[in-house]
Design a protein around this ligand. Structure first.
Ligand SMILES: [Mg+2]
Ligand SMILES: [Zn+2]
Length: 206
């Protein structure tokens, strides 16, 4: 049975270019090409799950995300990875575009995108992994029942770490995440790697 890997887009799969929808400015994150090759060798399916509040903020139209999906799909295909799904949340409660300025169940840290993908693709969330560069990604994955990998690349800055935001594993980059997921590297509980992030009292109980 193939493993499903949910990937956050910006700062995880791709270099983070805020609110970018121009395919020409889309670049894979450092080591993402090696990561995708490893996942391909192990027949993993990749599903992108991305908050795209730029839609609700009026920075670009929802339709602009189709070109983004296509470009990512072709980047993946070039590395023999099947992009099994591309899910995004266009909402933001205090956004500027009324139809998108709503409380929704899909904006991470909620897990609506993962649940929708599980339904659409008929996959088991318990057998899936969620990889992201901030703790909202981890919370979404945990809530859905996935195992979770935090890429500690400097993009998380708040480090609020109640139990629901605690990752299964912490790694430096996407290649390391892939090696953990395919079982090449042992899963080490992240208590040591995160200890320096947790200031006194910052780790509360959910
Ligand atoms: Mg991100
Ligand atoms: Zn949403």
């Amino acid at each position: 049975m193939s493993i499903t890997v949910f990937l956050d887009k910006d700062g995880t799969l791709l270099e983070d270019v805020p609110y970018n929808v121009d395919p020409e400015r889309i670049r894979l994150a450092p080591s993402a090409d090696r990561a995708l090759r490893i996942l391909a060798e192990h027949d993993c399916d990749v599903v992108v799950v991305s908050n795209q509040s730029g839609v609700a903020r009026g920075l670009f139209r929802e339709s602009a995300l189709e070109a983004v999906r296509e470009h990512i799909s072709s980047l993946c295909a070039g590395l023999h990875v099947h992009l099994a799904g591309f899910y995004y949340c266009p909402h933001l409660p205090d956004g500027d575009v009324p139809e998108y300025a709503i409380e929704c169940d899909c904006r991470k840290p909620a897990d609506g995108m993962l649940r929708r993908a599980a339904e659409d693709l008929g996959l088991s969330l318990e057998d899936a992994w969620m990889v992201g560069d901030i703790l909202d990604d981890i919370e979404a994955g945990n809530h859905a029942g996935c195992r979770t990998v935090l890429i500690d690349n400097g993009n998380e800055t708040e480090w609020r770490l109640p139990a629901r935001r605690w990752p299964s594993v912490v790694v430096r980059d996407l290649e390391s995440a892939a090696r953990v997921i395919v079982g090449e590297v042992e899963v080490v509980p992240p208590s040591h790697s995160l200890a320096h992030r947790v200031e006194d009292g910052a780790r509360s109980v959910a």
